[in-house]
Design a binder for this molecule. Sequence first.
Ligand SMILES: *Cc1c(COP(=O)(O)O)cnc(C)c1O
Length: 359
Amino acid sequence: MDISLHSGLVEVNLAALKSNWRRLKAAAHGAEVAAAIKGEAYGLGLGPCAKALWEAGCRSFYVARPLEGEALRTILPEANITVLDGLYPNHSAFYVKHNLIPAITSVDQAQEWARDGQGKPCTLHVDTGINRLGLSIADYAAILANHPTLNIAFVMSHLACSDEPDHPLNEIQRQRFDDVRALAPQVKASFANSSGIFLGKAYAHDQARPGVALYGGNPLPGQPNPMQPVATLKARVMQIRELSPGETLGYGASWSPSHPAKIALLGAGYRDGVPRKLSSRTIDGPAQIYVNGKRCPIVGRVSMDMMGVDVTQAHVQTGDWAEIFGQHIPVDEAAAWAQTISYELLTHLGSRYARLYVE
Ligand SMILES: *Cc1c(COP(=O)(O)O)cnc(C)c1O
């Protein structure tokens, strides 16, 4: 791919993606490991990521929207594809046509699928405490009673706090899900997301549905990341400018050097998903980028198309590439600087970057 007309580059390491899937498979206590691949594989690109995961051995995929399911179906003709949004009313035919499994979240959806789903599988999504989409336990019992011939692929539920292993809600949800399972012990169960896999065997059930950990996010906040980085975001040094004390950089004239400084202007900004919150941080030290072996502070305000970096201490030339996160700056570290989470940095990667998929 010709990247000479691009100011920014997202490198997606598909070998790392596959290795992360295998790592989670080894940690999942024998459960099947599906992939949450909603939002274009958390922003990294649906087609290449889906194919790589399939090659690694993944056979089940979770999307959010039915249209995401349709897109994935054209890429993976034989995969199990579940739509987390559930069944959009009066659209059973769409799900049947594209062989999509609705994750049913209401009694009405169950009724429609029993009538129009042509005997195809559905998943029943029961809420156990996150209070997002999902059936009550009573609804689940009623569906089992009223639709005995419903083809149920899985009963599933979703954890609210799995990234906080000591949070009491984990155990509450786990017990409720055990109660749910007891209503129909023969139905297979899908429970853990990325962090949930690391909560122990009692959380494993028959299938896990990790997302962010596949894409390199740390499922164990505060501990070393067992996953490999998958996405590396780089921006080109477009120009280098010498700044003296008293001069200011960028909008708001918000930053001024204390010594003569060398500033690199990088070709990425908030339109490209670089959080404006990375601008000249004063609390807990500045946000950083990595260039030619050195970490350098982000200075001044991140603007729409560019950002400034103090490279006084580094050997940097126009045309060099600086890493915003990836191999050297963990995505979780960059996210923390911006007071957000790795999920948001990944899913906000802009459309103006070149995309390079490497094995
Ligand atoms: C997004 C999502 C997942 C994956 O969660 P991660 O925290 O990224 O592992 C699993 N299940 C449901 C219902 C989801 O919405």
